[in-house]
Design a protein around this ligand. Structure first.
Ligand code: CA
Length: 232
């Protein structure tokens, strides 16, 4: 799934610039202008990463960081803080308070994006793996694109998530219930045969002409993505 980034920054020009560049990079982005709003938005969107300015009105970034860390949903969410030049002690306090990384203003956008990718990779390896490959199937998880050989494969969001899950565990057999949990979430009630429908759609897009079918149906067990046949 596309990582969702929460940008907490009171300078609108900067937050818009961050939003623009992060969206271009393939992230979903929400913006908050102060700590109260940040906590509210974080509750709502459950961000995958927070970019947190240290100089905020009302309550300082460090306090927002502490409160994010104190909440169940954001306890382990990576936080990258934005600090002003020369605030060495603030940076140390920030890292002590649970921030994962910091970047000093003014910064270049490419540096910030590289740091964000590094934090994602370190903390949530599955999320930050930009590209997955199995045989001739390549998935760009940031741009949400799939290719088989040179051919672009167009998938709906559910088919994309199923393929993403299978590609993360090539060769492993998943029952319909396991796929339901992984793709739809365990709190959603969906009939098991819905999985078959989406697997059918996924196959239709993935396999054209006489290309081998990489998805193996395991009778009464479930489905697996076969590396061997995908390699053929
Ligand atoms: Ca600020």
């Amino acid at each position: 799934m596309t990582p969702h980034v929460l940008v907490v920054e009171d300078e609108e020009a900067l937050s818009q610039l961050l939003k623009y560049n992060l969206e271009k990079e393939g992230y979903r982005v929400s913006v908050a202008i102060d700590g109260e709003e940040a906590l509210m938005v974080a509750d709502e969107i459950k961000p995958d990463l927070v970019i947190l300015d240290w100089m905020l009105p009302k309550q300082p970034g460090i306090e927002v960081c502490r409160r994010l860390r104190g909440r169940q949903d954001t306890r382990n969410t990576p936080i990258v803080m934005l600090t002003a030049r020369g605030e060495e002690s603030e940076r140390i306090r920030g890292l002590d308070m649970g921030a994962d990384d910091y970047i000093t203003k003014p910064f270049s956008m490419s540096e910030l994006l590289a740091r964000i990718r590094a934090v994602m990779r370190r903390i949530r390896p599955a999320l930050a793996d930009d590209k997955l490959q199995c045989g001739d199937i390549v998935m760009d998880r940031v741009a949400h694109r799939v290719k088989r050989g040179a051919r672009e494969v167009h998938l709906g969001p559910t088919e994309f998530r199923i393929l993403d899950h299978l590609m993360q565990h090539p060769g492993r057999v998943f029952s319909r219930e396991q796929l339901l949990d992984a793709v739809w979430g365990s709190d959603v009630y969906v009939e098991a045969r819905t999985v078959d429908v989406h697997i059918g759609r996924l196959r239709k897009q993935l396999v054209v002409g006489d290309e081998p079918d990489p998805i193996r149906t395991v009778r009464s067990a479930g489905y697996a993505l076969d590396v061997e046949s995908a390699d053929a």
